[in-house]
Design a protein. Structure first.
Length: 171
């Protein structure tokens, strides 16, 4: 794939299929430069903790991936966004944004109410994620990068306490 560095792409988004696993693994390894996120995806899938996994195709090749899994804040169900990846040659061209928006829309349609992400503090707020909304959540992560999003208004009202991730996160 030879990407035009100035061009944004309207990728074809679809749910992950079983035949995509190898391509998703390779994509995560390339995007992050290490196997950790690829291993996380494999383990979440194996443990049955994956709620929603989407891929973005460009020219019929997987160029991006996003995974959402079940997590908890005390006894309140929430969703973890992790990881989200785009192959290096297609980064900064809107594919990640397309995946996030589509994923959040699908989660909202399914009745999910809270999504939590550990991510870049200048990237995720454009989707409504906020460190302020995560202020009452006891997380093992730095507060400046730990953000929450309410898929329905007031979903985090009165929610506080320790967050619990699936075992695959190793926390």
């Amino acid at each position: 794939m030879n990407a035009d560095p100035r061009k944004s792409f309207a990728a074809f988004l679809r749910p992950e299929a079983a035949g995509d696993h190898h391509a998703i693994r390779s994509l995560n390894e390339a995007a992050f430069g290490r196997p950790d996120e690829a291993n996380l995806v494999d383990q979440l899938r194996c443990d049955g903790d994956s709620l929603l996994s989407l891929v973005a195709e460009v020219d019929r090749k997987i160029a991006g991936h996003i995974l959402f899994s079940r997590m908890w804040v005390e006894n309140v169900a929430a969703v973890a966004l992790a990881p989200m990846s785009v192959i290096p040659e297609f980064q900064n061209r809107g594919i990640g944004s397309q995946l996030i928006r589509r994923g959040l829309d699908e989660l909202r349609e399914r009745g999910e109410r809270i999504v939590i992400v550990l991510g870049h503090q200048h990237y995720y707020p454009r989707f409504g994620f906020s460190t302020h909304l995560a202020r009452n959540l006891q997380s093992p992560f730095p507060p400046e990068a730990y953000m929450a999003l309410e898929l329905s208004p007031g979903a985090l009202d009165g929610v506080h306490g320790k967050v619990r991730y699936p075992a695959a996160f190793g926390l």
